[in-house]
Design a protein around this ligand. Structure first.
Ligand SMILES: Cc1ncc(C[n+]2csc(CCOP(=O)(O)OP(=O)(O)O)c2C)c(N)n1
Length: 599
């Protein structure tokens, strides 16, 4: 326990006093350097908010109040993925906890480490029809969280708390990370413990050892040295190791493609990069993987589920050319056909691989090259193929979403983080958003990459909350959230949190007065055109009404006018209400094939 925390536990005479369960919980968060607890307060969770108020005065973790509990969970997701720490969210009993569920399920599907705290009415009221009772005799909150958490328990006595909390935190950060849930009755949260400080050193317990499967690694060395033609498929799990991965690719003369999640890890202008494989990906990536000369496909840090595997494509990926390298062992269950599974911390595995490659060249008498230098940026020249190159350059009004992505790539600095929301937004962004001067050799970024989309659970509005949590984690980095008008109407209230917290996030709304992805999906699939109209809304005005800046965009020219203005915003969000060409068809054909059962 650090000095500041122990000071707060001293009474006037300087003697340590015991703390209650809520305060003990905060002490653990403090040990883990967690700065925020995202949630919405209520009667049953008051002891936790009391502890947070005191903690804020002491300079410890503080509360961020979301407008809706799902937004709170999305914020915790954004915070976790930008910091590598556990995201923490909380809700009161009853509707607070049920509102939280979608955000927690999203984190479960995406393996995001998250501590979820919900309140219960006091133990003594269970079974008596208490207001908002959510025990097993009420709406049963623990039951509801069972299928979207990796650890889920009601703490029915104060003495259980510390053990259960530590078990929960260790599970959240385990080999398959994810959300864990503690359900805390009001009286348990208030209970005074017999201690003044945590009894576990949680930082040490959560420290990830750099373990790896040495035998599999040696097999990897020999397979790579026998390989004639190699492609690396880079997933989000390669984030921590991206510098070494790109260096190894250069030494092995391997071509690069990414999964949709891995997109933010490699510069689009890297001379060996051929685009994204899977949902909304590039035909050039498919061509590289279809090359008959190709004998070795190395997938790194990825769940090869529907999106990343191009709809479980056996010709392309899921065959015996595959070597799957991963830290998350659960990911291997998707690749039984792989020639080799190499498990271990990816950064450790690639550092060993680089050492091995250097030894080989030394033994061969080759001059030691030192660390290879970055290949030249292709200066706007790219190897990937766009479905609609003309749309990408189109000058017309209304602006085409393809052109909008081009402009967004150009308008913001290289280290900008982009969040693309569920709907046509993430399809347009995966295919057409190619920011300049991104990852090349040797650059490292431990957590989260520069692009995120929620492809697995795919909740509308995820990017809005997530970008708020991410911006709190990385206040000094530009953040752009690309979303749809339907998603904004579902979750746009969280922009007021960005206003309250002075976060200069740029919210870009693809305004097409429709649930665009569904509308285009219905057209492509020949289904009934039903249920997709949204009435016209002036989102720029609504942003201004919330205290953000709001701008309306109809054409590429309007963006040019805005260009410099947006980057001078230091202390408040801005929203670009972009009236896009409603008829432009997003690159979602793989989704349509899968809905038709054609995979
Ligand atoms: C919470 C939730 N409800 C419904 C869906 C199904 N769905 C997927 S995309 C989409 C349309 C999204 O519309 P909008 O936010 O306007 O984005 P657009 O596709 O028009 O860019 C819907 C309804 C979903 N993914 N999540």
């Amino acid at each position: 326990m650090d000095a500041r925390c122990s000071e707060s536990l001293q009474n006037d005479s300087g003697i340590l006093h015991s703390i209650n369960i809520s305060e003990l919980l905060i002490s653990y968060l403090k040990q883990l350097s967690i700065e925020y607890v995202f949630g919405v307060p209520g009667g049953a969770i008051e002891p936790l908010y009391n502890a947070l108020a005191q903690s804020e005065r002491d300079g410890g973790p503080r509360s961020i109040v979301a407008r809706h509990e799902t937004g709170a969970a999305f914020m915790a997701d954004g915070y976790a993925s930008q910091t590598g720490r556990i995201g923490v969210c909380c809700a009161t009993t009853g509707p607070g906890a049920t509102n939280l569920l979608t955000g927690v399920a999203s984190a479960y599907a995406n393996n995001v480490p998250m501590l979820v705290i919900t309140a219960q009415t006091s133990l003594t009221t269970f079974g008596k029809g208490a207001f908002q009772e959510s025990s097993c005799t009420g709406v049963n909150i623990v039951g509801m969280f069972e299928f979207c958490t990796r650890y889920n328990t009601l703490v029915s006595h104060a003495d259980q708390f510390e053990r259960k909390l530590v078990a929960a935190l260790m599970t959240a950060c385990g080999s398959t990370p994810g959300p864990v849930h503690l359900s805390l009755p009001l009286d348990v949260m208030r209970s005074v413990t017999n201690r003044a400080a945590p009894s576990y050193d949680i930082v040490r317990l959560l420290d990830r050892p750099a373990v790896h499967d040495a035998e599999a690694l040696h097999l990897l060395f020999s397979m790579l040295s026998d390989a004639k033609s190699i492609v690396f498929v880079i997933g989000e799990g390669a984030s921590e190791a991206i510098g070494s991965v790109l260096t190894a690719a250069l030494l092995l003369n391997a071509k690069l493609v990414t999964t949709p999640h891995g997109k933010g890890l490699v510069s689009p202008y890297h001379p060996s990069f051929f685009g994204v494989v899977g949902f909304a990906g590039h035909s050039s990536a498919i061509d590289v993987l279809k090359d008959p000369e190709l004998d070795t496909v190395v997938c790194i840090g990825t769940t090869l589920g529907e999106w990343a595997s191009n709809g479980w494509d056996a010709d392309l990926l899921l065959n015996d050319r595959l070597i799957h390298i991963d830290e998350q062992e659960n990911n291997f269950t998707y690749t039984p056909m792989a020639r080799l599974h190499v498990r271990g911390r990816i950064v450790t595995l690639f550092e060993q691989l680089l050492r091995h490659l250097n030894t080989l060249s030394r033994e061969a008498g080759e001059e030691q090259p030192g660390p290879p230098s970055a290949p030249p940026l292709n200066d706007g020249v790219y190897n990937f193929t766009l479905d609609d190159e003309a749309g990408f350059r189109d000058n017309d009004k209304p602006i085409k979403p393809q052109r909008l992505m081009y402009e967004l790539s150009r308008m913001f600095p290289p280290h900008t983080r982009y969040y693309a929301d569920t709907g046509a937004s993430f399809a347009w962004a995966i295919h057409y958003l190619h920011p300049f001067d991104r990852r090349m050799m040797g650059s490292r970024n431990a957590h989260g990459g520069l692009f995120r989309a929620c492809l697995e659970f795919s909740s509308m509005g995820w990017a809005i909350g997530c970008s708020v949590g991410a911006a709190l984690a990385k206040r000094d980095q530009p953040m752009v959230c690309i979303t749809g008008d339907g998603s904004l109407l579902m979750s746009g209230q969280e922009i007021t949190v960005a206003v309250q917290e002075s976060l200069p996030i740029i919210f870009v709304v693809l305004n097409d007065s429709s649930l665009g992805m569904v509308k285009h999906g219905q057209r492509l699939a020949g289904a009934e055109p039903v249920g997709t109209d949204i009435p016209p809304v002036d989102f720029a005005a609504s942003a201004r009404s919330m205290g953000a800046d709001g701008y309306t965009v109809h054409s590429p020219k309007d963006l040019l006018v805005l260009d410099g203005k947006l980057l001078t915003l230091q202390s408040r969000p801005a929203l670009l209400d972009v009236y896009i060409d409603r008829e432009a068809v997003p690159p979602i054909s793989s989704r349509i094939r899968s809905l038709k059962g054609g995979v």
